[in-house]
Design a protein around this ligand. Structure first.
Ligand SMILES: *Cc1c(COP(=O)(O)O)cnc(C)c1O
Length: 376
């Protein structure tokens, strides 16, 4: 938690639950990533947190943007992003959304199927397109599985077809899965892209960009490698695959930029037990799976909790949200422990919650308002 955030929490005592995010930290993270990968252009994955103060700051730093929808394209434009710096990176788009983005000047689009490519040829003639391939997601705490991307053989045919359809077959992308803690995941994916580039060049395709996607991790309960380790692994693999004919490089960080810039302030609503001598207490918070902590599904992302009694005797807990839905249980199997003194009314903080929280919050499920937001 940055000093600015802890001062705001102490002085303003904002109503909970709410996210407090330090926009200066967004800038630091952007600069850290740029220093770790100076050869890459940064396209912030807007879906991680699309708040205007974040987009405004990134525009002022010269960032580019990865938008998942036409609505996100509009948010970037409203913050002053040039259309030439926006990539429409979702491989699943309505044709009229493609056309709307194209009409606004967006010229870079992702695809992973012939059906999507044909939409692009009709609605965004001549645009730069890049094909997403399937790569291993081992090591990712929030994997993206098979939903996006195609096999390399298909990617090769589609890139050739893109040229025939009057599009510019610009590049290849992949995503190693979010909160990826293994640098090797990028190395393996880059080797795969290198071979595909060779095949495409032989087929006469003018492919010239590699989009490394997102995945760069932030620290939750466990230590993760430094961003420099990812930069070194990526550049090593790029040189191995491409020699000194390096293509243009694009990265699409979401979590890494916004995650550790924010803290959620919450309140303990109830501490109870299921039987008198049960060693496990149930701790119910005023935020849960439906209040923005969607990434606790499957206990995938393990957030760190700060309480007013840290450092004192603790015991095992199950942590749950406030709604009347039993899936609104955050952690049951991940061996969480909280102080024995914790009582209803205590204010707690959930660290590194700046990404993938506010936009995941439901609209008044059980009557609860969506997560409050403060950008400072
Ligand atoms: C979600 C997403 C990202 C951002 O991923 P992070 O793991 O948050 O860095 C980047 N690119 C694409 C295409 C995405 O869908």
């Amino acid at each position: 938690m940055t000093d600015k955030v802890s001062r705001f929490l102490r002085d303003a005592q904002p109503a909970t639950p709410c996210l407090v995010l330090d926009v200066d930290r967004i800038e630091e993270n952007y600069r850290r990533l740029q220093a770790a990968l100076p050869a890459a252009r940064i396209y912030y994955a807007v879906k991680a947190n699309p708040a205007a103060p974040i987009l405004d700051r990134l525009v002022s730093l010269g960032s580019s943007f990865d938008a998942a929808s036409y609505e996100e394209v509009q948010m970037c434009l409203a913050s002053g992003a040039e259309p030439a710096k926006i990539s429409y990176g979702n491989t699943v788009k309505k044709e009229r959304a493609i056309k709307a983005a194209f009409d606004q000047g967006v010229r870079m689009f992702a695809f992973d199927s012939i059906e999507e490519l044909e939409k692009l040829a009709r609605a965004a003639p001549g645009a730069q397109v890049y094909c997403r391939i399937l790569v291993g997601n081992v090591g990712a705490e929030w994997p993206l599985s098979k939903k996006f991307g195609c096999e390399v053989d298909m990617a090769k045919d589609l890139m050739i077809r893109a040229g025939e359809l009057g599009l510019d077959p610009y590049g290849i992308s992949f995503h190693v899965g979010s909160q990826q803690v293994r640098t090797e995941a990028y190395e393996a994916a880059i080797a795969k892209v290198g071979m595909l580039f060779t095949d495409l060049k032989q087929a006469g395709v003018n492919v010239r960009m590699v989009n490394l996607g997102g995945g760069y991790p932030v620290r939750y309960r466990s230590e993760v490698p430094e961003i420099g380790a990812f930069g070194d692994a990526i550049m090593g693999a790029m040189v191995e695959a491409f020699g000194n004919a390096l293509p243009e490089l694009v990265v699409e960080p979401g979590r890494f930029i916004a995650g550790d810039a924010g803290v959620i302030a919450a309140e303990v609503v109830l501490v109870s037990r299921k039987e008198q001598d049960d060693p496990v207490r149930w701790v119910y918070l005023d935020i849960g799976r439906f209040g923005g902590l969607a990434e606790t599904e499957g206990e995938a992302i393990k957030y760190v909790f700060r309480t007013p009694h840290d450092g004192e005797a603790d015991g095992p807990v199950t942590i749950a949200g406030p709604t009347c839905d039993s899936t609104d249980t955050l952690y049951e199997k991940s061996n969480y422990r909280l102080p024995n003194k914790l009582v209803a009314g205590d204010r707690i903080e959930i660290l590194a919650t700046g990404a993938y929280t506010t936009t995941y919050a439901s609209q008044r499920f059980n009557g609860f308002a969506p997560l409050g937001e403060h950008y400072i």
